[in-house]
Ligand binder design. Structure first.
Ligand SMILES: [Zn+2]
Length: 239
């Protein structure tokens, strides 16, 4: 209905324009919202199609001509919002099939950015984006699998054990430990830790007494391997 009324209005203006075709008075023509629109958002300019903005309820009364949208001197339409966040809003409106994944392996999720974008989704009345963030659906897009293992590395301090490749993080923790070690009654280094290495001569020195053990230090490396998986299907919107 409203669309038809608009059409009728345009026809009337056109006929009056034809009557005054010689004069410069065609600027009287009620300026409709152009199909390509320049927004001045908090001082930064964004150019986009009028149709791109139609999914945001905030713009509807302006685009439909119900509310007057004052133009800036340069012809842009002013909108009082944070341009950094609006850039994400506009990116979503341009590709409404995909929700934004603000995640990096190094820093995890950018909760602050999600929070601010949720606020903008409320302000600009983009209900599905608002709900997607509110429901924290983005958390499902990232899964992490951790495997741990520990191994003995003797007394040296392993170097270069922390690696990164692809979406896998490998963290190593070196834990100093001690263990009981068999000591030869004759202190033969070759028999240390090896009771079976001791000969009759060794046992003779022990002379029926108890076996000797000493505390010996060693290092254990605990390896934590974290593999990250990104499942973009949780960022897709079925249109
Ligand atoms: Zn021995």
């Amino acid at each position: 209905m409203a669309h038809q009324e608009e059409q009728g209005g345009a026809d009337l203006d056109l006929s009056s324009l034809q009557l005054n075709s010689a004069g410069p008075s065609n600027t009287i023509l009620d300026d409709p919202i152009p199909s390509i629109i320049t927004l001045n958002v908090g001082g930064r300019h964004f150019r986009t199609y009028k149709s791109t903005l139609q999914d945001a309820g905030y713009f509807a009364p302006y685009l439909e001509g119900r509310w007057e949208w004052p133009k800036e001197k340069d012809g842009s339409f002013f909108c009082d919002a944070d341009p950094d966040i609006f850039a994400h809003v506009l990116r979503y409106l341009r590709r409404p099939s995909g929700y934004p994944l603000f995640w990096t392996k190094a820093n995890g999720f950018d909760y602050d950015l999600y929070h601010r974008l949720e606020g903008a989704a409320i302000d600009f009345q983009i209900k599905d984006l608002e709900n997607w963030i509110k429901n924290k659906t983005y958390l499902k897009a990232i899964t992490m699998e951790a495997t741990t293992s520990a191994r003995k590395v003797g007394t040296y301090w392993p170097k270069g054990e922390v690696k990164q490749s692809g979406d896998v993080n490998i963290d190593c923790i070196v834990v100093p430990r001690t263990e009981k070690v068999y000591v030869c009654p004759r202190d033969m280094p070759a028999h240390r830790g090896r009771p079976e290495g001791c000969s009759h001569a060794c046992h003779k020195v022990r002379n029926g007494g108890p076996h000797r053990y000493e505390d010996q230090a060693y290092n254990e490396v605990s390896t934590i391997c974290k593999a990250y998986f990104v499942d973009k299907k949780w960022c897709m919107r079925e249109l």
